[in-house]
Write a protein that binds this ligand. Structure first.
Ligand code: GLY
Ligand code: MN
Ligand code: MN
Length: 477
């Protein structure tokens, strides 16, 4: 955990943005796998973690604006629970460790004032509602939270989302998207481990090895630090399947493998790194040519990062670089800018350039993807591909974003577009004869995590082999 004052300061900054009411920030419950007592590894809600720091399940934080108090609702374990899970720190001690103490009181008094049993939440909310106070809450993304909120607010589960507070969502995004120095340091700790994962994967990606064996190595490294993935590992010789979960294939010389894997740090901060690996240790000339285009698109987008630049502009810049490169290889024709503007480029780059990253790998998307990635200056496109852009708004110093362009040859997509109408979709801009020649190519993605600084940007973490030469050199070791 960070220092207790850091959590208190964050709650204070949040509180300052409201003139009255209650802010309800619920932690997560355990999630069951296949019967009630067989749980997935516990993952705390990220906004609860940001403001209340504690990594225990079944806690709820309430910031009382008018009363000037932060409250924590939860229960000390019963002796029955202690028997099965061991002694835990008291809730009062846990609350104090994140600065939840009543002002001007001793710790014992504070317990009385600000730490309350779970069952008391209903009465506190009911009283506030009967007094006409506004109670702000966040949109839930788990069934248990939806049911809890429905119970507290006397509505149906279907009505819960509509009652979430746009004001609280916006205030939390405004705070969480500007990373504190301690958060950056934690993200860089995650990236040191991520480098180890990626190098091990490069070195193990030899012909004859199965994908799941490399995934086992990647996950073993994370578990060796008592950590888990920030998201399910993507490790596939079918890199053209953007988020493939399949790990059953055997690697063969000449394959390109996309490794998109990142860890969730001890404090719950994500890394999200992608490298593309040539099985056998050497890129073929054809692979190298496409790889260099993706790399150039990534570097050029990173070089353009600075406060005030919209992420949409970065996406378009990367897309233009991809189109320029692929035009030289004969895959696109006509004016490259028109290929970008028309959306024709999405035949091989159908996802967005990236997203914010922090406690969540797609940071704060539980609060709403559009709420996080768009503001009044940008509206979401309805073009195929571009509509998947999760982040579009102008950058601010202190944000951390991923930059992850890719080129993919997706046979089903190429065939679908090629047979659209007489000549195919965007036939004046896409050279389908050439695309057909690349249908067995697979995909390439390169992804880094980048801090927006006052004057530009900094790629976070230690350098992870990225150029063709660097990747080949580490595979030769
Ligand atoms: N790892 C998921 C993504 O890159 O967005
Ligand atoms: Mn990724
Ligand atoms: Mn990503």
């Amino acid at each position: 955990m960070f220092e207790s004052v850091q959590y208190a300061r964050r709650r204070q900054k949040l509180r300052q943005q409201f003139s009255s009411g209650l802010l309800l920030i619920s932690g997560n419950a355990h999630a069951s796998m296949n019967y009630p007592h067989n749980n997935y590894p516990f993952r705390q809600d990220s906004s609860f973690s940001y403001f209340f720091g504690l990594n225990q399940p079944y806690l709820v934080g309430v910031i009382d604006i008018d009363g000037g108090l932060d409250l924590l609702f939860g229960d000390d374990p019963t002796i029955e629970e202690v028997v099965w899970t061991g002694q835990q720190p008291s809730l009062v001690a846990l609350a104090a460790s994140v600065g939840v103490v009543a002002p001007h009181t001793t710790l014992a008094d504070a317990a009385y004032a600000v730490v309350k049993p779970s069952h008391a939440l209903h009465a506190v909310i009911a009283e506030a509602r009967s007094n006409g106070r506004t109670i702000h809450y966040l949109p839930p993304y788990r069934g248990e939270s939806t049911l809890m909120l429905a119970g507290l607010f006397g509505c149906t589960p279907e009505q819960v989302d509509a009652g979430a507070s746009p004001g609280l969502i916006a205030a939390i995004i405004g705070l969480r998207e500007i990373k504190e120095p301690e958060e950056i340091a934690e993200m860089e700790r995650a990236l040191v481990i991520t480098k180890e994962m990626h190098i091990a994967a490069m070195q193990q990606s030899r012909p004859g090895v199965f994908e799941y064996q490399v995934v086992g190595t990647i996950e073993g490294i994370m578990r060796g630090y008592d950590l888990h993935g920030a998201y399910p590992v993507i490790f596939t010789r079918h890199g053209e399947i953007l988020h493939s979960r399949d790990h059953t294939q055997q690697l063969a010389a000449g394959d390109l493998v996309v490794n998109d894997s990142g860890v969730s740090s001890a404090l719950g901060y994500a890394s999200d790194i992608t490298r593309t690996i040539p099985v056998g240790g050497k890129f073929s000339p054809r692979q190298r040519a496409v790889y260099e285009i993706v790399l150039s698109a990534q570097m050029c987008a990173i070089a353009a990062i600075r406060p005030g630049v919209s992420y949409l502009a970065l996406h378009r810049l990367a897309a233009l670089e991809i189109v320029n490169g692929l035009s030289a290889l004969g895959l696109f024709k006509g004016d490259p800018q028109e290929v970008v503007d028309s959306g024709a480029y999405a035949i091989c780059f159908p996802h967005g350039l990236g997203h914010q990253i922090g406690l969540d790998v797609h940071d704060m998307e539980g609060l709403g993807e559009t709420a996080v990635g768009y503001d009044v200056t940008v509206t979401r496109s309805d073009l195929f591909g571009l509509r998947n852009l999760r982040m579009a708004k102008p950058l601010l110093a202190g944000m951390v974003v991923t930059v992850e362009p890719g080129i993919y040859f997706i046979p089903e997509l190429i065939k679908r577009w090629m047979t659209n109408g007489d000549k195919g979709l965007h036939a004046d801009l896409i050279n389908y004869d050439r695309f057909v020649e690349y249908m067995d190519f697979g995909g390439i993605r390169i992804e880094d995590n980048v801090l927006v600084t006052l004057t530009g940007s900094r790629v976070l973490g230690p350098a992870i082999p990225k150029t063709c030469e660097e990747v080949e050199a580490v595979m030769a070791m």
